[in-house]
Design a protein around this ligand. Structure first.
Ligand SMILES: [Zn+2]
Length: 259
Protein backbone atom coordinates (compact mmCIF):
# COMPACT_ATOMS: atom_id res chain seq x y z
CA UNK A 1 0.00 0.00 0.00
CA UNK A 2 1.33 3.37 -0.93
CA UNK A 3 1.60 5.38 2.22
CA UNK A 4 1.80 8.67 0.34
CA UNK A 5 -1.64 8.19 -1.17
CA UNK A 6 -3.06 6.89 2.08
CA UNK A 7 -1.69 9.78 4.11
CA UNK A 8 -2.77 12.21 1.45
CA UNK A 9 -6.30 10.90 1.48
CA UNK A 10 -6.58 10.77 5.25
CA UNK A 11 -5.31 14.29 5.47
CA UNK A 12 -7.81 15.57 2.94
CA UNK A 13 -10.71 13.58 4.25
CA UNK A 14 -10.26 15.14 7.64
CA UNK A 15 -9.86 18.59 6.24
CA UNK A 16 -12.64 21.07 5.63
CA UNK A 17 -10.68 23.02 3.12
CA UNK A 18 -9.90 20.60 0.33
CA UNK A 19 -10.60 20.01 -3.31
CA UNK A 20 -13.64 17.87 -2.72
CA UNK A 21 -15.25 20.53 -0.57
CA UNK A 22 -14.45 23.01 -3.31
CA UNK A 23 -16.00 20.72 -5.89
CA UNK A 24 -19.20 20.35 -3.88
CA UNK A 25 -19.22 24.09 -3.29
CA UNK A 26 -18.86 24.68 -7.02
CA UNK A 27 -21.97 22.62 -7.74
CA UNK A 28 -23.85 24.09 -4.82
CA UNK A 29 -23.18 27.63 -5.94
CA UNK A 30 -23.79 27.11 -9.63
CA UNK A 31 -26.26 24.29 -10.08
CA UNK A 32 -29.63 25.79 -11.02
CA UNK A 33 -31.37 24.27 -8.00
CA UNK A 34 -30.05 24.49 -4.52
CA UNK A 35 -27.96 21.43 -5.07
CA UNK A 36 -27.03 21.00 -1.45
CA UNK A 37 -30.69 20.96 -0.42
CA UNK A 38 -31.48 18.36 -3.00
CA UNK A 39 -28.83 15.97 -1.88
CA UNK A 40 -28.33 17.10 1.67
CA UNK A 41 -26.91 14.38 3.80
CA UNK A 42 -24.95 12.83 0.99
CA UNK A 43 -22.39 15.51 1.52
CA UNK A 44 -21.67 14.95 5.11
CA UNK A 45 -18.02 13.94 5.16
CA UNK A 46 -18.76 10.44 6.33
CA UNK A 47 -21.35 9.85 3.68
CA UNK A 48 -19.06 10.64 0.84
CA UNK A 49 -18.08 7.66 -1.24
CA UNK A 50 -15.55 5.48 0.44
CA UNK A 51 -12.18 5.53 -1.19
CA UNK A 52 -10.67 2.12 -1.58
CA UNK A 53 -6.98 1.77 -2.34
CA UNK A 54 -6.29 -1.17 -4.61
CA UNK A 55 -2.98 -2.65 -5.68
CA UNK A 56 -4.58 -4.19 -8.75
CA UNK A 57 -3.32 -3.15 -12.16
CA UNK A 58 -6.37 -2.67 -14.36
CA UNK A 59 -6.28 -4.78 -17.49
CA UNK A 60 -5.14 -2.60 -20.33
CA UNK A 61 -2.79 -0.44 -18.35
CA UNK A 62 0.54 -1.03 -19.97
CA UNK A 63 4.03 0.06 -19.38
CA UNK A 64 5.98 1.58 -20.87
CA UNK A 65 3.78 4.46 -21.78
CA UNK A 66 3.16 6.95 -23.17
CA UNK A 67 6.25 8.38 -24.83
CA UNK A 68 6.26 5.42 -27.17
CA UNK A 69 2.84 6.45 -28.37
CA UNK A 70 2.02 9.14 -30.77
CA UNK A 71 -0.84 11.47 -30.16
CA UNK A 72 -4.16 9.71 -30.41
CA UNK A 73 -6.83 11.39 -32.43
CA UNK A 74 -9.61 8.91 -32.57
CA UNK A 75 -11.43 6.44 -30.41
CA UNK A 76 -9.28 3.41 -31.05
CA UNK A 77 -8.48 0.66 -28.64
CA UNK A 78 -4.99 -0.13 -29.69
CA UNK A 79 -2.10 1.84 -30.98
CA UNK A 80 0.73 -0.26 -32.37
CA UNK A 81 -0.04 -2.82 -29.74
CA UNK A 82 -0.18 -0.25 -26.97
CA UNK A 83 -3.37 1.01 -25.48
CA UNK A 84 -4.18 4.66 -25.08
CA UNK A 85 -3.94 5.92 -21.57
CA UNK A 86 -7.20 6.16 -19.65
CA UNK A 87 -7.94 8.01 -16.43
CA UNK A 88 -9.92 4.98 -15.35
CA UNK A 89 -6.70 2.94 -15.24
CA UNK A 90 -5.77 4.99 -12.18
CA UNK A 91 -9.15 5.15 -10.49
CA UNK A 92 -12.77 4.17 -10.94
CA UNK A 93 -16.17 5.13 -9.65
CA UNK A 94 -18.52 2.26 -9.23
CA UNK A 95 -22.04 2.24 -7.94
CA UNK A 96 -22.55 1.82 -4.19
CA UNK A 97 -20.62 5.00 -3.66
CA UNK A 98 -17.16 3.56 -3.97
CA UNK A 99 -14.17 5.23 -5.54
CA UNK A 100 -11.17 3.00 -6.09
CA UNK A 101 -7.67 4.36 -6.51
CA UNK A 102 -5.23 2.00 -8.22
CA UNK A 103 -2.14 2.93 -6.31
CA UNK A 104 0.38 0.89 -8.29
CA UNK A 105 -0.79 2.41 -11.56
CA UNK A 106 -0.75 5.91 -10.06
CA UNK A 107 2.78 5.33 -8.86
CA UNK A 108 3.92 3.94 -12.22
CA UNK A 109 2.37 6.87 -14.04
CA UNK A 110 3.98 9.32 -11.64
CA UNK A 111 7.30 7.57 -12.18
CA UNK A 112 6.91 7.93 -15.92
CA UNK A 113 6.13 11.62 -15.65
CA UNK A 114 9.01 12.08 -13.25
CA UNK A 115 11.42 10.35 -15.63
CA UNK A 116 10.32 12.24 -18.71
CA UNK A 117 9.18 15.66 -17.63
CA UNK A 118 9.38 16.48 -14.03
CA UNK A 119 12.52 15.12 -12.44
CA UNK A 120 14.18 18.51 -12.18
CA UNK A 121 11.13 20.20 -10.74
CA UNK A 122 9.39 17.64 -8.59
CA UNK A 123 9.93 14.71 -6.32
CA UNK A 124 8.08 11.62 -7.43
CA UNK A 125 5.96 11.80 -4.29
CA UNK A 126 4.78 15.26 -5.34
CA UNK A 127 3.71 13.92 -8.72
CA UNK A 128 1.81 11.12 -7.00
CA UNK A 129 -0.05 13.82 -5.08
CA UNK A 130 -0.81 15.81 -8.25
CA UNK A 131 -2.07 12.71 -10.03
CA UNK A 132 -4.15 11.67 -7.04
CA UNK A 133 -5.78 15.11 -7.06
CA UNK A 134 -6.71 14.63 -10.69
CA UNK A 135 -8.08 11.12 -10.23
CA UNK A 136 -10.06 11.88 -7.09
CA UNK A 137 -11.75 14.94 -8.57
CA UNK A 138 -12.47 13.09 -11.82
CA UNK A 139 -14.07 10.15 -10.03
CA UNK A 140 -16.00 12.35 -7.63
CA UNK A 141 -17.56 14.21 -10.55
CA UNK A 142 -18.83 10.83 -11.78
CA UNK A 143 -20.31 10.37 -8.31
CA UNK A 144 -21.95 13.83 -8.26
CA UNK A 145 -23.51 13.32 -11.69
CA UNK A 146 -24.67 9.87 -10.60
CA UNK A 147 -26.36 11.38 -7.53
CA UNK A 148 -28.06 14.06 -9.63
CA UNK A 149 -29.36 11.35 -11.95
CA UNK A 150 -30.49 9.17 -9.05
CA UNK A 151 -32.45 12.05 -7.60
CA UNK A 152 -34.35 12.19 -10.86
CA UNK A 153 -35.11 8.50 -10.78
CA UNK A 154 -32.90 7.50 -13.62
CA UNK A 155 -32.71 3.90 -14.71
CA UNK A 156 -28.98 3.51 -14.33
CA UNK A 157 -25.64 5.12 -14.93
CA UNK A 158 -25.63 4.64 -18.67
CA UNK A 159 -22.22 4.03 -20.15
CA UNK A 160 -22.71 2.08 -23.34
CA UNK A 161 -22.98 4.30 -26.37
CA UNK A 162 -20.29 6.80 -27.33
CA UNK A 163 -22.76 9.59 -26.59
CA UNK A 164 -23.23 8.35 -23.02
CA UNK A 165 -19.53 7.72 -22.48
CA UNK A 166 -18.67 11.21 -23.76
CA UNK A 167 -21.34 12.70 -21.49
CA UNK A 168 -19.82 11.19 -18.35
CA UNK A 169 -16.15 11.51 -19.22
CA UNK A 170 -16.62 14.95 -20.76
CA UNK A 171 -18.16 16.27 -17.54
CA UNK A 172 -15.63 14.52 -15.31
CA UNK A 173 -12.75 16.02 -17.25
CA UNK A 174 -14.41 19.44 -17.58
CA UNK A 175 -14.76 19.85 -13.83
CA UNK A 176 -11.36 18.34 -13.15
CA UNK A 177 -9.86 20.88 -15.51
CA UNK A 178 -11.91 23.60 -13.85
CA UNK A 179 -10.65 22.61 -10.41
CA UNK A 180 -6.97 22.23 -11.23
CA UNK A 181 -6.33 24.82 -13.92
CA UNK A 182 -4.91 27.40 -11.52
CA UNK A 183 -2.51 24.97 -9.90
CA UNK A 184 0.31 24.90 -12.42
CA UNK A 185 1.81 21.71 -11.01
CA UNK A 186 -1.36 19.66 -11.22
CA UNK A 187 -2.32 21.30 -14.50
CA UNK A 188 1.00 20.33 -16.05
CA UNK A 189 0.43 16.65 -15.24
CA UNK A 190 -3.16 16.86 -16.50
CA UNK A 191 -1.99 18.44 -19.77
CA UNK A 192 0.83 15.95 -20.20
CA UNK A 193 -1.60 13.04 -20.11
CA UNK A 194 -4.16 14.51 -22.49
CA UNK A 195 -2.67 13.74 -25.92
CA UNK A 196 -2.28 10.07 -25.12
CA UNK A 197 -5.82 9.45 -24.04
CA UNK A 198 -8.95 8.25 -25.73
CA UNK A 199 -11.14 10.94 -27.24
CA UNK A 200 -13.66 10.55 -24.42
CA UNK A 201 -11.14 12.20 -22.08
CA UNK A 202 -10.54 15.08 -24.45
CA UNK A 203 -14.01 16.09 -25.59
CA UNK A 204 -14.36 18.37 -22.53
CA UNK A 205 -12.23 20.86 -24.46
CA UNK A 206 -15.29 21.61 -26.56
CA UNK A 207 -16.81 23.15 -23.43
CA UNK A 208 -13.94 25.46 -22.61
CA UNK A 209 -14.13 27.37 -25.84
CA UNK A 210 -14.88 31.07 -25.46
CA UNK A 211 -18.57 31.78 -25.15
CA UNK A 212 -19.45 28.96 -22.76
CA UNK A 213 -19.16 29.53 -19.06
CA UNK A 214 -19.62 27.38 -16.00
CA UNK A 215 -23.16 28.64 -15.53
CA UNK A 216 -24.13 27.49 -19.03
CA UNK A 217 -22.60 24.07 -18.40
CA UNK A 218 -24.59 23.74 -15.17
CA UNK A 219 -27.77 24.68 -17.06
CA UNK A 220 -26.91 21.98 -19.60
CA UNK A 221 -26.43 19.37 -16.89
CA UNK A 222 -29.71 20.37 -15.23
CA UNK A 223 -31.63 20.07 -18.49
CA UNK A 224 -30.07 16.69 -19.29
CA UNK A 225 -30.64 15.28 -15.82
CA UNK A 226 -34.23 16.49 -15.72
CA UNK A 227 -35.03 15.00 -19.08
CA UNK A 228 -33.19 11.80 -18.10
CA UNK A 229 -30.69 12.18 -20.90
CA UNK A 230 -27.11 11.09 -20.49
CA UNK A 231 -26.10 12.42 -23.86
CA UNK A 232 -23.08 14.47 -24.84
CA UNK A 233 -24.90 15.68 -27.95
CA UNK A 234 -27.88 16.90 -25.91
CA UNK A 235 -25.62 18.42 -23.28
CA UNK A 236 -23.73 20.44 -25.84
CA UNK A 237 -26.97 21.52 -27.49
CA UNK A 238 -28.35 22.79 -24.18
CA UNK A 239 -25.09 24.53 -23.27
CA UNK A 240 -25.03 26.20 -26.65
CA UNK A 241 -28.63 27.35 -26.23
CA UNK A 242 -27.92 28.61 -22.70
CA UNK A 243 -24.93 30.58 -23.91
CA UNK A 244 -27.14 32.57 -26.27
CA UNK A 245 -29.58 33.66 -23.57
CA UNK A 246 -28.91 36.46 -21.16
CA UNK A 247 -30.06 36.16 -17.56
CA UNK A 248 -29.80 33.76 -14.68
CA UNK A 249 -29.96 29.98 -14.78
CA UNK A 250 -33.68 29.82 -14.03
CA UNK A 251 -34.47 32.21 -16.86
CA UNK A 252 -32.24 30.31 -19.28
CA UNK A 253 -33.85 27.00 -18.39
CA UNK A 254 -37.42 28.23 -18.76
CA UNK A 255 -36.57 29.96 -22.05
CA UNK A 256 -35.04 26.78 -23.48
CA UNK A 257 -37.91 24.61 -22.22
CA UNK A 258 -40.58 26.85 -23.70
CA UNK A 259 -39.07 27.20 -27.12
ZN1 LIG B 1 -14.03 8.77 -15.87
Amino acid sequence: MDSIILRYYKYHRGSRDNMLDELIFLFNENYPERFIDEVKGFFHNFEWPDICLSEKIVKGFLEPFPEEMQEINNEINDFNGLRPFQIEYLGTYKSKDLVTLYINSIEKTAGRYHAIVGSAQYQKRDIIRFLTDIIIVHEFVHWIVDILLKKRGRQGFKYTTQDEVFFHEGLAQYFTYHMIKYDKNVASVFSWLLPFQLKRYKVFQELITPGYNLNDVMVGIWLCVNSKKQSWTELKFYIDEASKIKGDSGHKISTILHR
